[in-house]
Design a protein around this ligand. Structure first.
Ligand SMILES: Cc1ncc(COP(=O)(O)O)c(C=O)c1O
Length: 361
């Protein structure tokens, strides 16, 4: 069986080693005689899997002791609501809108509190990451929300460029770049990420939250939407997405074996540079975002002709380079090169781009 190089934006490619291990353990998990899918979430077998995944994530992200790691459901989308529902105090929050997801998150928050958009790059179709004038941040906001990687447009916010006010919790949607580069967790109040890009299968959302932000909410907030519920039960209040959490655990272990997030980050920078450097030399392909803001996870590019873009995507597929079509509202091409995309996959893509350029210019 031949595996393709899968450039999907999400669910994205997973490390082959992890998939092999999961398949070896599928029918009989470590002598338990059953699959992780069939285990009680209250069994010692599963509890070990659950707690090891949490402790490994704490280790690879260097999460301080005064933070909780939660495994929730409902995708990153549900966090767009849970954040305001749980963090609301003064009834106002700041949002940095750098793409589709930040816009959606801020629209959802407007149902619950007053939203102040401190900066947006919508004026130029989100082709850059907006810079924030700190004087526009609200001193008594309940939180300040950013998206560290814009999956759709291919821009990113680096750790060193992430500013906030001292007493306002910084909340980050890291769905598409968690574990791809080092972020200093201690600077954030909440980090959340759907698993299906850099961590595992869809179905689980990781929330990393500073303990003082886990507090009583308005009693009307459903029990399942309160961080307190999940924090007090170690994310075992109801049946968690056990199998997805198990695979996330295998991925965390894989990250550790690779040498950690710092090592993976260096590889990611090299992979991204291979494509961007070629795009910058090419007479056919053009990058679509400002250079400094370029994402190292989602690389967007175009030929300038819709016909050629379609031909590129079709012929790439014939070479086993799949899911290169840009987001439905954006068009062009998008190569998502998450942690699990091997360097060889990126090299194969660049080789194909060169051939395509030679044949079509
Ligand atoms: C940055 C970001 N936030 C949020 C989402 C929505 O995630 P979910 O489908 O898990 O709700 C996505 C999905 O692509 C994303 O890339």
């Amino acid at each position: 069986m031949a595996r393709v190089y899968n450039f999907s934006a999400g669910p994205g490619t997973l490390p082959e080693e992890v998939l092999k291990q999961a398949s070896e353990e599928l029918l009989d998990y470590k002598g338990s005689g059953m699959s992780v899918m069939e285990m009680s979430h209250r069994s010692p077998w599963y509890e070990n899997i659950h707690n090891k995944a949490i402790s490994d994530l704490r280790e690879i992200m260097n999460i301080p002791d005064n933070y909780k790691v939660l495994f929730l459901q409902g995708g990153a989308h549900l966090q767009f609501s849970m954040i305001p529902l749980n963090l609301k105090k003064n009834g106002k929050a700041d949002y940095l809108v750098a793409g589709t997801w930040g816009k959606k998150a801020s629209a959802e928050a407007k149902k619950y509190l007053t939203v102040n958009v401190v900066a947006s790059s919508e004026d130029k179709k989100f082709t850059y990451h907006p810079k924030v004038d700190p004087s526009l941040l609200t001193g008594d906001a309940d939180y300040y929300h950013v998206t560290t990687n814009n999956t759709v447009y291919g821009t990113r916010l680096r750790d060193k460029d992430t500013t906030c006010l001292k007493n306002v919790p910084l909340v980050a949607d890291m769905s598409s770049n968690i574990l791809s580069e080092v972020y200093d967790v201690s600077r954030f109040g909440v980090i959340y990420a759907g698993a299906q890009k850099n961590m595992g299968p869809a179905g689980v959302t990781v929330v990393i939250i500073r303990e003082d932000l886990i507090r009583d909410t308005d009693p009307m907030v459903p029990t399942m939407l309160q961080y307190k519920t999940h924090s007090e039960s170690n994310s075992l209040y109801n049946t968690p997405p056990c199998y997805s959490i198990y695979v996330c655990g295998l991925v965390y272990d894989w990250v550790k074996r690779k040498g950690g997030v710092g090592v993976i980050h260096a590889i990611n920078e090299k992979k991204a540079a291979l494509i961007y450097d070629y795009i910058d030399r090419s007479n056919l392909f053009k990058g679509t975002v400002e250079k400094y803001d370029r994402s190292i996870m989602n690389v967007n590019f175009v030929t300038g002709s819709e016909e050629l873009d379609k031909k590129f995507i079709r012929e790439a597929g014939e070479r086993g380079l799949v899911n290169l079509k840009g987001y439905r509202t954006v068009g062009g091409m998008r190569a998502s090169i998450y942690n699990a995309m091997p360097v060889e996959g990126v090299q194969a893509l660049v080789e194909f781009m060169k051939d395509f350029e030679a044949n079509n210019i």
